[in-house]
Ligand binder design. Structure first.
Ligand SMILES: C[S@@+](CC[C@H](N)C(=O)[O-])C[C@H]1O[C@@H](n2cnc3c(N)ncnc32)[C@H](O)[C@@H]1O
Length: 347
C-alpha cells in the first residue's frame, strides 16, 4: 500500500461526502447536517427548575435484571461483584457488540438454528433464537438508527459552546466517542479521557475505527470539515475518577452514561466530579439513558451483555433536577435518541 492508498483507507471521506450517510458492516457513517430531520432533540421542556420537585416527577427507573455472568461471579465468590470488576466485564461484552458484523452474526445463528432443529437439540436452538433476536435488535439500534453514538443528536447537544481550543475532560470515557465529536466541533483543543478499565485505553478507544468520520469545523474558515481520530490531540489516563488530581483547568467536563450508575447517596459526589475540575464559567455536559419503553426492552433483551452494575433510566427532568439541586445552573437540556442531555455551569 502506498502512502496515498493508506490515507484513503484510513481517511476515506472528504468534505465532498458532507450531507451523506452510509451503512457499513459495523456502524453507520453519518455526515448529514446536525439539524436534518430525525435528530429528535427536544430542547428545554423545563423553564424554571425551582418548580420541579421529586414529588412531582417521581424517581428514576431502576434496571434490576442482571447479567448471568454477574450472578455466577457473586455465587462463586459469595459476595457482591465489586464495581470496577463489573465495569471490566461490561466493557468487554459491550465492545463485542460494536466489533461484530450484526448481519453476518445473524446469518450464522440462522444456520445454527437450522442444524440444531434438525438434530432436535432444543437448548442450542433456543440459544440461536436469542442470538438472532439480539443481532437483529443491535443492527437496528446501533447500525440503522445509530442511536448509541447518535452523531447528529450529540452535535445538536454540544453545539453553541463559547469555547476555543478547549481543554476537555471525559469522565468514564469508555470508547471516547463524544470527546472525538467535541474535538471535531471545537478543533485545536486537547482531551483527557479517564477510565479505570485499561481495556478502554487499549481496545475500546485504542481500536476505535480510524476511518470513522466526525463532522466538525475547519478552524481557518469556519466551514464544515471532516475529522478523524488520528488528527486529534487526545490522552488517555487509566485511573479512578475519584483519584484525579487536576486543578480547575478544563473548559468542558463531560460524562456519557455515568451519573445513572451512582445510587442517590453518591449522586452529590458524582456531580461534584463534574464541577471540581472546571475553569470558572466552564461547561459540564452530562447524559443518561432515557426511561423510554425501547430502553427498558433493550436492557431486558441485552441483560446478559449490559447489566453488571447499578443502573437507572431517567427522564431529562430527573437528570436536570439532580444537577440543579447539586449546584448547577442548567443552560440547555433535552432528549436525543437514547439519552437525556444537559449543558450546565456551576452556580
Ligand atoms: C456506562 S460506561 C459509559 C458508557 C459508554 N458511553 C459506553 O459506550 O460504554 C461507564 C464507563 O465509566 C467507567 N467508570 C465507572 N466508574 C469509574 C470510576 N470511578 N473511575 C473511572 N472510570 C469509571 C467504566 O469503566 C466504563 O467504561
Amino acid at each position: 500500500m502506498d502512502v496515498y492508498q493508506k490515507s484513503q483507507a484510513s481517511h476515506p471521506y472528504t468534505e465532498q461526502d458532507i450531507g451523506t450517510t452510509r451503512l457499513l458492516p459495523t456502524y453507520r457513517m453519518d455526515l448529514r447536517p446536525t439539524h436534518s430531520k430525525d435528530v429528535f432533540y427536544q430542547a428545554n421542556p423545563i423553564s424554571n427548575w425551582k418548580d420541579v420537585s421529586w414529588d412531582k416527577i417521581g424517581r428514576p427507573y431502576r434496571v434490576e435484571r442482571w447479567s448471568k455472568e454477574k450472578l455466577r461471579w457473586e455465587k462463586e465468590h459469595d459476595q457482591q461483584l465489586p464495581p470496577q470488576t463489573s465495569w471490566e466485564m461490561f466493557n468487554r461484552s459491550f465492545q463485542n457488540l460494536f466489533d461484530a458484523d450484526a448481519l453476518a452474526t445473524r446469518q450464522e445463528a440462522f444456520g445454527t438454528l437450522g442444524k440444531s432443529l434438525g438434530t432436535l437439540k432444543m437448548h442450542e436452538a433456543l440459544e440461536a433464537v436469542e442470538d438472532i433476536v439480539q443481532a437483529t435488535v443491535w443492527n437496528k439500534i446501533h447500525r440503522v438508527e445509530d442511536a448509541v453514538w447518535d452523531p447528529r443528536g450529540k452535535r445538536a447537544l454540544f453545539e453553541g459552546l463559547d469555547v476555543k481550543k478547549p481543554e476537555v475532560l471525559f469522565l468514564g470515557a469508555a470508547d471516547g466517542y463524544e470527546a472525538m465529536q467535541l474535538m471535531a466541533m471545537y478543533p485545536g483543543g486537547h482531551a483527557v479521557l479517564v477510565d479505570y478499565d485499561d481495556y478502554c485505553r487499549t481496545n475500546r478507544f485504542g481500536e476505535f475505527p480510524e476511518a470513522y468520520p466526525f463532522l466538525g469545523e475547519d478552524p481557518a474558515t469556519g466551514a464544515p470539515r471532516v475529522w478523524y481520530r488520528d488528527e486529534m490531540n487526545i490522552d488517555f489516563e487509566v485511573v479512578d475518577i475519584r483519584d484525579l488530581k487536576y486543578g480547575k483547568e478544563f473548559d468542558v467536563v463531560v460524562s456519557i452514561g455515568l451519573i445513572e450508575h451512582f445510587p442517590d447517596e453518591y449522586k452529590p459526589l458524582a456531580l461534584d466530579m463534574h464541577r471540581r475540575f472546571l475553569k470558572p464559567g466552564g461547561y459540564a455536559i452530562m447524559t443518561t439513558p432515557r426511561a423510554q419503553l425501547q430502553s427498558k426492552i433493550f436492557y431486558t433483551l441485552f441483560a446478559d451483555i449490559m447489566n453488571f452494575a447499578y443502573r437507572e433510566l431517567m427522564d431529562v427532568k430527573h437528570l436536570g433536577l439532580y444537577a440543579y439541586e447539586n449546584g448547577f445552573e442548567i443552560l440547555r437540556h433535552g432528549r436525543i435518541k437514547a439519552h437525556n442531555g444537559i449543558i450546565a455551569r456551576a452556580r
